[in-house]
Design a protein around this ligand. Structure first.
Ligand SMILES: [Zn+2]
Length: 337
């Protein structure tokens, strides 16, 4: 028996090996981007933006529950924490940091990390806030778009990078997946992170920030193929050009720069977490679908999300991060005064 089984087993091992080599040779960034699935985003968002999370208000039990959901995803997918204690995915924020919190329960940023192979000290941050505005008059504000959409996109992006690592494609630079808290009460989580960075800000290559990418905003009715980009050319023309090239090559979304105008009265450039990086001269891109009738209403629910569009926008962020991470030279803040 042994004599017969052994050569067969050996043959099997050889063929597995060669299959692996072939798949390695042929894998493209697009293959990993394609692991980002509308179906998975939908399944996850229906939990993350359910009443169980109580609107995820900073300093509440629902906020902690949401943080635990994110942490468990990273543990389940074998994605490490960047903190000294590898089991700990929470960057805890002291109570006194929040000046306008009524409720003094603890809160935390959630952090996970993939270490780069060639330039591990250079870090690309991809961020999304996971807090929302809680319960008002007995109504849960689920924040499916704001920013459940970005939070779930970030998980899927992390999973895509991890799939690449498993296939032998570790990014050259490190990636930090940063789920910030306290956004809705004044960008506190991102401010705390940039005041207490896990990796020095001078080694932070850029921040790609996602806040609301699951809906079709006002004035875009019927358009299933756009996203607003804000800030991409403010500090780095190189980042802007790279972002344009990546979209042209892979996703072909209509990149709308309406809100990128510094004189735009909405001032979106200053209104989400990327701004705390930009003010430290870290190049950023902010991905956004624009406001809509359910913005900051109890009616921002997961049934209204356009999941195919959410997946496509998430792929653009993944592929942009991939290119920044794997380029031979680090992109520079070439537009600093
Ligand atoms: Zn938001």
């Amino acid at each position: 028996m042994k004599k017969i089984i052994f050569p067969l087993l050996a043959l099997f091992l050889v063929s597995c090996n060669s299959a692996q080599n072939t798949s390695k040779k042929n894998a493209t960034p697009q293959d990993f981007a394609n692991t980002i699935s509308a179906k998975q985003l939908k399944t996850m968002l229906y939990t993350f933006a359910s009443n169980e999370m109580q609107g995820r208000m900073t300093g509440t039990a629902g906020n902690v529950k949401a943080a635990e959901y994110l942490r468990n995803f990273y543990i389940d997918h074998g994605i490490a924490s960047p903190l000294a204690d590898k089991e700990d995915y929470f960057q805890n924020i002291p109570h006194d940091y929040f000046r306008n919190l009524k409720d003094n329960k603890p809160t935390q940023n959630v952090v996970a990390y993939i270490k780069g192979s060639e330039f591990p000290d250079e870090v690309i941050v991809i961020s999304a806030h996971y807090d929302h505005i809680g319960i008002k008059n007995g109504e849960v504000y689920n924040g499916a778009d704001d920013d459940g959409s970005g939070s779930m996109a970030l998980l899927e992006i992390a999973e895509a990078f991890q799939e690449a690592v498993k296939k032998g494609y570790r990014p050259k630079r490190s990636i930090l997946f940063l789920h910030v808290t306290g956004e809705e009460i004044g960008l506190y989580g991102s401010k705390y992170y940039t005041d207490n960075p896990i990796f020095p800000l001078e080694n932070t290559v850029c921040d790609l920030n996602i806040d609301m990418i699951g809906r079709i905003g006002e004035g875009k009715e019927g358009n299933e193929n756009y996203v607003y980009l804000i800030g991409s050319d403010k500090l780095s023309q190189e980042l802007h050009n790279l972002s344009e090239e990546v979209n042209k090559k892979y996703t072909q979304l209509e990149l709308d720069y309406t809100y990128n105008d510094i004189n735009d009265p909405n001032r979106f450039y200053y209104r989400s977490d990327h701004y705390n990086f930009a003010k430290h001269n870290v190049p950023i891109i902010f991905y956004f679908n624009g406001v809509h009738e359910d913005y900051h209403q109890a009616s921002d629910t997961p049934d209204k999300i356009h999941y195919d569009l959410l997946a496509k926008r998430a792929k653009l962020v993944f592929l942009t991060a991939w290119e920044v991470a794997n380029r031979e030279n680090r992109i520079t803040a070439d537009k600093l005064n």
